[in-house]
Design a protein around this ligand. Structure first.
Ligand code: C2E
Ligand code: CA
Ligand code: CA
Ligand code: CA
Length: 273
């Protein structure tokens, strides 16, 4: 690898290999509160109203700048740090919800959870306690689980998911279309929202094969009484197409990039105009 790098011409892009962080550095970062939540708005297609946001974690690294989750979530999962990481994201999300609420802005917040979170038996009680102490109703918090990870080993997380649902937290299947769930599996799982992966959203309006998977997914979700979110809404074409489907909500760069908590209220004011 060193030889290859040495041979590379000076003009070669430098982002081919992203830096992977060491667990010790990440452990310290979590303890020192260097992980911060960004939020990406979710908008209702029928009314254009902002109904929620998804929390997306970033690492405000003292020397490397803003580091994206793909560079450290795997490290956290591999080294037993994911429970602390999720706890940090949840806590910030609930605090931010509470302060938005004080400013008259009530939105749902979605938080991404890993499979390891769903094997900790105390997870539902931990989430409940955090929500209660922030004064946030469980129905305002949605937990997102990636379809492919979930379908890989369904039995273990089912009990935790069921307990979360009984406590009235929202549950969402993320990146839908990439994990090959069957109708039977979906019917037996306690999810109330389905997020269609961006690979079946962006460009669906002019590519029939993509549109076919998109439409089948929306039909399936509606049949099962679930809310449907399209992610990766990148341009006006995507947005225009979605308005003629049964999809409920849209999320993507066309609406907004993920932004810091402190920018969200101003963003909503601008968006409303
Ligand atoms: P995800 O949950 O599927 O989140 C959506 C990702 O797509 C985000 O990347 C978001 O910035 C990006 N995105 C949003 N709109 C668009 C669009 O219109 N076009 C395109 N091409 N991309 C768009 P991000 O923030 O880099 O996060 C990457 C992944 O990292 C997330 O994918 C999620 O799986 C994971 N992740 C992020 N935050 C957390 C967290 O707090 N906990 C855990 N366990 N995983 C997280
Ligand atoms: Ca997600
Ligand atoms: Ca997703
Ligand atoms: Ca994804």
């Amino acid at each position: 690898v060193m030889m290859e790098a040495w041979r590379m011409p000076a003009a070669a892009p430098r982002t081919i290999v992203e830096k992977i962080y060491h667990e010790e550095e990440l452990r310290r970062a979590i303890a020192m509160k260097q992980l911060i939540n960004y939020y990406q708005p979710k908008v209702a297609l029928s009314t254009g109203k902002v109904v929620g946001v998804e929390a997306l974690v970033r690492w405000q690294h003292p020397t490397d700048g803003l580091v994206y989750p793909d560079q450290f979530i795997g490290v956290a999962e591999a080294h037993g740090l994911i429970n602390d990481l999720t706890h940090s994201v949840l806590k910030q999300a609930l605090q931010d919800m509470a302060s938005w609420k004080q400013m008259g802005l009530e939105v749902q917040v979605s938080v991404n959870v890993s499979m390891d979170n769903l094997s900790a038996l105390d997870f539902p009680d931990t989430v409940s306690a955090l929500a209660a102490s922030a004064g946030i109703a469980p129905t305002a918090l949605i937990l997102e689980v990636t379809e492919s990870r979930l379908m890989h080993d369904l039995r273990a997380p089912l009990e935790i998911l069921t307990r979360l649902r009984l406590k009235r937290f929202g549950l969402s299947i993320d990146d839908f279309g990439t994990g090959h769930s069957s109708l039977t599996q979906l019917r037996d799982l306690p999810f109330d929202e389905l997020k269609i992966d961006r690979s079946f959203v962006h460009g669906a309006h002019d590519m029939g094969n993509i549109r076919a998977i998109f439409s089948a997914s929306v039909g399936l979700a509606k049949e099962l009484g679930m809310k449907v979110v399209a992610e990766g809404v990148e341009d006006a074409g995507d947005w225009a197409f979605l308005r003629f489907t049964d999809c409920d909500l849209a999320q993507g760069y066309h609406i907004s990039k993920p932004i810091p908590a402190s920018d969200f209220v101003a963003w909503v004011d601008l968006y409303r105009r």
